[in-house]
Design a protein around this ligand. Structure first.
Ligand code: GLC
Length: 423
């Protein structure tokens, strides 16, 4: 399979949506509050997202500059967003009563977006899923005694059967995010991983059903890309066989599901920097929204997406189709590169000059990306030293750019450098 679209597009939308949108206090609420199935049932009984319009989601994603969307088909709570033949625990049995997935897929396609599914390997509802240290009933001795004989093989069959449904019932699926493996982790007990999920078989089936799909690395076996979560890698990522495609998944406020009272929002500026930072290290950004119980992306998330979109409209060229550069960026800057275009992202705006090591004689033209205004080049003069009114003393090979005093009014200014072939 080729990951060309994935490496090219660079920016996608993650959507965490399910019953947990109703309690509106994090998608792990069932675990955190140790809720029983009976207690959690109230959300199933009241799930009725009357404002669900995936075309709005897809348009918001598109306008933000995203080119693929990944939706939770099932999260750890086990609730299914499609009309699965393998369970009753699905949207068609809620008051809403209709499949949510096909309209989502159609909406993405209509906006020219690639389609991804997130699917939880963990299941806190399935009667054959063995209780472990992450299960909501992990401390309930009666429950655990009753659950002692659970047959993991039954759950495995269910898991594989549902993945088969997802990959045969909705046309081409471009991307799959399994979540997650925790075998042998020290912070919990009863952890599960590749063996428990039957990951080798599962992945073989996925590739057979959707030969072009990209699969993540969380089944416990290597996948097509790795998934740093809620942190920014320090540089390009590598697997056992060398450099590997990666995608950081990031939240707006630390929660994936709708979390009404959580205002720990990242600013659009910060998110734009994170996008740039990732591409400068050859990675993607999958930025999450958690629509609410009526199916809407809440206004503050929409405002953030719009602000990112405003920046992307002017600076798409420095993100899309770009990756890491072999040149080393000066302090407070990030480079991205596509062929002979080198993009200098200025995370802070210096006064009048920025010095670019190794670029003397390598740049034919430079402009501000936001308005295509020329940026003048000062080629180095080795004999020139600092004098009263002029800078100097840069190491040989340094190219200096002359900047306007006034910083362009965009979240992060970008200078586009047209490289000339090295002599
Ligand atoms: C984690 C969490 C989860 C979230 C996911 C996104 O593994 O369990 O709630 O869906 O990461 O990457």
């Amino acid at each position: 399979m080729s990951n060309a679209w994935f490496r090219h597009d660079r920016f996608g939308m993650f959507v965490h949506w399910g019953l947990y949108a109703l309690p509106a206090r994090h998608e792990w609420v069932k675990n955190r509050e140790r809720m029983t199935d009976e207690q959690y049932a109230r959300y199933f009984e009241h799930f009725d997202p009357d404002l669900y319009d995936p075309r709005e989601w897809a348009r918001s994603a598109r306008n933000a500059g995203m080119r693929y969307v990944v939706l939770t088909t099932k999260h750890h709570d086990g609730f299914c967003l499609w009309d699965s033949a393998l369970t009753d625990y699905k949207v068609t049995n809620t008051p809403y009563g209709r499949d949510l997935l096909q309209p989502f897929v159609d909406a993405c396609r209509a906006e020219g977006l690639n389609v991804g599914f997130y699917h939880s390997l963990i299941d806190w509802h399935h009667p054959s899923f063995p209780v472990d240290g992450l299960h909501p009933q992990r401390d309930d001795e009666n429950y655990k005694a009753q659950a002692a004989g659970r047959d993991l093989a039954e759950y495995r069959e269910y898991l594989h059967g549902q993945v088969r449904e997802l990959l045969t019932g909705f046309g081409q699926i471009d991307y799959l995010f399994f979540d997650f493996s925790y075998a042998g982790r020290s912070h919990t007990w009863g952890g599960k991983g590749a063996e428990e999920w039957g990951a080798a078989e599962l992945l073989a089936m996925v590739r057979e059903l959707q030969p072009d799909i990209l699969v993540n690395d969380r089944t416990g076996l290597p996948g097509d890309f790795v998934t740093p979560e809620q942190y920014q890698p320090a540089g390009p990522m590598a697997g056992p066989d060398g450099p590997i495609a990666w995608e950081a998944c990031q939240t707006l406020n630390g929660s994936w599901g709708y979390d009404r009272d959580n205002f720990d929002y990242k600013t659009p500026d910060l998110l734009i920097r994170m996008l740039i930072d990732g591409v400068s290290k050859d990675g993607n950004l999958l930025l999450n929204v958690g629509p609410n119980g009526r199916g809407r992306i809440d206004p503050s998330a929409e405002a953030t997406l719009a602000a990112i979109g405003e920046w992307m409209r002017l600076h798409e060229r420095s993100i899309r189709g770009c990756g890491a550069s072999a040149f080393v960026a000066p302090p407070d800057c990030r480079y991205t590169q596509a062929g002979d275009r080198l993009y200098l992202h200025l995370l802070s705006w210096p006064f009048k000059h920025v010095h670019l090591p190794g670029l003397a004689g390598r740049v034919g033209y430079a402009q501000l990306l936001s308005d295509a205004s020329e940026i003048q080049l000062v080629e180095p003069d080795p004999s020139r030293l600092h004098e009263n009114t002029q800078p100097g003393g840069q190491p040989p090979g340094t190219l200096t750019l002359q900047l306007p005093v006034r910083r362009p009014e965009v979240a992060v200014p970008v200078i586009e450098l047209f490289l000339t072939p090295s002599a």
